[in-house]
Design a protein around this ligand. Structure first.
Ligand SMILES: Nc1nc2c(ncn2[C@@H]2O[C@H](COP(=O)(O)OP(=O)(O)OP(=O)(O)O)[C@@H](O)[C@H]2O)c(=O)[nH]1
Ligand SMILES: [Mg+2]
Length: 312
C-alpha cells in the first residue's frame, strides 16, 4: 500500500503501478483519490485521444492493438482503455482482450486497462473523463479508447475524444442505414475491417455513399487488423485529421468539451459522496418514520435533498 505522498511521487516519476493504483481509486469513486487528482494536474501535458467504436466483434481490440504498436514503434507513449459497459469485469483485461493484446503487452511506454461497469461511481460516463485526464497528466502521447458503439453511455464517452474511428465489417452494409442514425455521425475516419472477407469493397462503397450525405469528408478505409494490412493508411488518416483540427481550431474545441466533462464529473462525484454521507447522518432522525411506513423513502429522499441544497 502506497501512502499519499509516496503515491504522488511515484505517479509523477512515471511509475505505471502508481498510475494503475490511482486509476482503480478513481474508478471506485474514492473521494481521497479524487482530491489526489489535483496533485497530478500538470500544465501543458497534452495527449492525442483516439476513440475506436463499432459493433461487437468487428475487430476493434485487434485494430487498437495494431494501432498502439505502430505508435509505440515511432516512439510514442500509449495508453489503451478498453471500455465495456456490459461487462462487470474491471481491472485486468478480460481473457479475450488479454489474448488480443498479447503481442504488445509488456512493451515499455504502454499501459492497458479494461473498465467494466462495476464500481464506478455514477456510471462509466462519470468515471471515464477523470481517468482520461489522469492518463493525460501521466504523460501519454496517445490514448486509445475502445468502446462498443451501442448505447448512450458509449456515445457520451466517444464524443469527448479528438478522433473517432468507426469500425464495421463486410456484409454489414444493410446495417448502414441503421448506423447512420447513431455513431456514423460522429465518425472522423471510417474503417471496414476484416477486408480478407468477401464484400469488403462493396461495404466500403456503400459507406462512402452513406457518408456523402453528411457534412464533411470522412475517409473510408479497409483493414485486416489481424495482419496489420491498412493500418499505416489508418495512421496517416488520423494524423491528417489531427493536423486539420489543429489548424481550424476544432482540436481546442474538443479539448474544451473534454475538460468540461471531466470537471462536471469531478464536481458531481464530490457532491454525491458528501450528500450520501450527510443523508446517512440525517437518517437516524427519520428512520423510525420510514420503518413504520409513515414516510416513504422517496418523500424522505426529496426532503433531504432539498434541505441539503438549502444548507449550501
Ligand atoms: N478474418 C479476420 N478476423 C479478424 C480481423 N480482425 C479481427 N478479427 C477477429 O475477430 C474476432 C473479434 O476481434 P476483436 O478484436 O476482439 O473484436 P472487438 O470488436 O474488439 O470485439 P468486442 O470488444 O467483443 O466487441 C477475433 O477472433 C479476431 O481475431 C480481420 O481483419 N480479419
Ligand atoms: Mg474488444
Amino acid at each position: 500500500m502506497l501512502y499519499k505522498n509516496e503515491l504522488i511521487q511515484s505517479f509523477l516519476s512515471g511509475d505505471m503501478r502508481a498510475l494503475a493504483r490511482t486509476v482503480s481509486m478513481v474508478e471506485a469513486g474514492d473521494l481521497q483519490s479524487l482530491q489526489l487528482l489535483a496533485a497530478f494536474a500538470r500544465e501543458g501535458k497534452r495527449a492525442r485521444l483516439i476513440g475506436i467504436t463499432g459493433p461487437p466483434g468487428a475487430g476493434k481490440s485487434t485494430l487498437a492493438a495494431k494501432l498502439a504498436e505502430s505508435l509505440l514503434d515511432r516512439g510514442e507513449r500509449v495508453a489503451l482503455l478498453l471500455i465495456d459497459p456490459s461487462s462487470p469485469f474491471t481491472g485486468g483485461a478480460i481473457l479475450g482482450d488479454r489474448i488480443r493484446m498479447h503481442a504488445i503487452a509488456g512493451r515499455s511506454g504502454l499501459y492497458i486497462r479494461s473498465l467494466g461497469s462495476r464500481g464506478s461511481l455514477g456510471g462509466l460516463s462519470r468515471a471515464v473523463p477523470p481517468i482520461v485526464q489522469l492518463l493525460e497528466n501521466f504523460g501519454f502521447d496517445a490514448i486509445i479508447l475502445e468502446t462498443v458503439g451501442t448505447g448512450q453511455a458509449e456515445t457520451d464517452v466517444i464524443e469527448t475524444v479528438d478522433s473517432v474511428v468507426v469500425v464495421t465489417v463486410p456484409g454489414l452494409g444493410d446495417d448502414v442505414q441503421a448506423m447512420k442514425a447513431g455513431i456514423i455521425e460522429i465518425a472522423d475516419v471510417f474503417v471496414v475491417n476484416k477486408a480478407d472477407r468477401e464484400g469488403a469493397e462493396r461495404t466500403a462503397r456503400q459507406m462512402e455513399e452513406a457518408l456523402k450525405l453528411g457534412p464533411s469528408d470522412v475517409p473510408v478505409l479497409t483493414t485486416i487488423a489481424t495482419t496489420g494490412v491498412g493500418v499505416p493508411a489508418l495512421i496517416s488518416s488520423l494524423d491528417a485529421h489531427y493536423q486539420t483540427m489543429l489548424a481550424d481550431g476544432e482540436l481546442a474545441k474538443r479539448r474544451e468539451r473534454r475538460l468540461r466533462k471531466a470537471l462536471h464529473a469531478y464536481a458531481a462525484s464530490l457532491v454525491s459522496v458528501r450528500l450520501a454521507e450527510w443523508v446517512e447522518e440525517q437518517l437516524t432522525g427519520h428512520w423510525a418514520d420510514i420503518e413504520s411506513g409513515r414516510v416513504d423513502i422517496y418523500s424522505c429522499g426529496r426532503r433531504l435533498a432539498e434541505e441539503f441544497q438549502k444548507g449550501r
